[in-house]
Design a protein around this ligand. Structure first.
Ligand code: TMP
Length: 201
């Protein structure tokens, strides 16, 4: 049986990635999943990760994100891919490098080594980055109750955004970077052009 196709969506909060991830998964009949939190263990980790009262250090935060990912890969993503099902995930490894590495200043080399341990050979066939200026994203979020990450400073979100763009430029052939301020249907069309060209057996 052929292995499924694996696509990750990335971007700062309110970049529109969740909407586009849903559209791709529905169009291609892929399993739609997310990080952090889409396993029984991950759901508990997510409540810790978003709880501002725990005064979590950046290192603890990074290691919990990676624990969530290791569990997610081993129990959800890899079994689906091996069974021939394609998978679309709303956030994956680049989120840890961008948020904890570029955003919080956790050592990138250490994060990359730990990420390799968490994901093994389970690497997305394509990572789609919806790039949105941080002031646009902040305006989109204005009406929501901000969580621990969303209430971080604009400087933090600027570093995360630049982190995503740097990661994309280092692996350009495996990334699609799109201007996330465009109309939702226009973005969906651009994504579909690239996704349709993947090896869907
Ligand atoms: P979500 O809003 O996309 O569900 O994600 C919750 C928050 O978790 C979001 O603000 C980004 C953050 N996050 C990290 O900081 N590092 C990670 O590795 C992941 C997966 C998410």
């Amino acid at each position: 049986m052929s292995r499924g196709v694996f696509i990750a969506f990335e971007g700062i909060d309110a970049s529109g990635k969740s909407t586009q991830a849903r559209r791709v998964a529905s169009k291609y009949g892929a399993l739609l999943t997310f990080e952090p939190g889409d396993t029984p263990m991950g759901a508990q980790l997510r409540t810790w990760l978003l709880d501002a009262t725990l005064l979590m250090t950046s290192q603890s935060e990074a290691l919990l994100m990676l624990a969530d990912r290791a569990q997610h890969v081993a129990t959800v993503i890899e079994p689906a891919l091996v069974a021939g099902r394609s998978v679309v995930t709303d956030r994956f490894a680049a989120s840890t490098l961008a948020y904890q590495g570029y955003g919080r200043g956790v050592d990138l080399g250490g994060l990359i080594a730990a990420t390799n341990m968490a994901v093994g050979s389970c690497i997305p066939d394509l990572t789609i980055l919806l790039d949105v200026p941080t002031d646009v994203a902040a305006a989109r979020r204005a009406s929501n109750n901000a969580d621990r990450f969303e209430s971080e400073s604009q400087d933090f979100h600027d570093r995360v955004r630049e982190g995503f763009l740097s990661l994309a430029s280092m692996n350009a052939e495996l990334w699609l970077v799109l201007d996330g301020t465009q109309d939702e249907d226009v973005i969906a069309g651009l994504i579909d052009e690239r996704v349709a060209a993947l090896d869907w057996f």
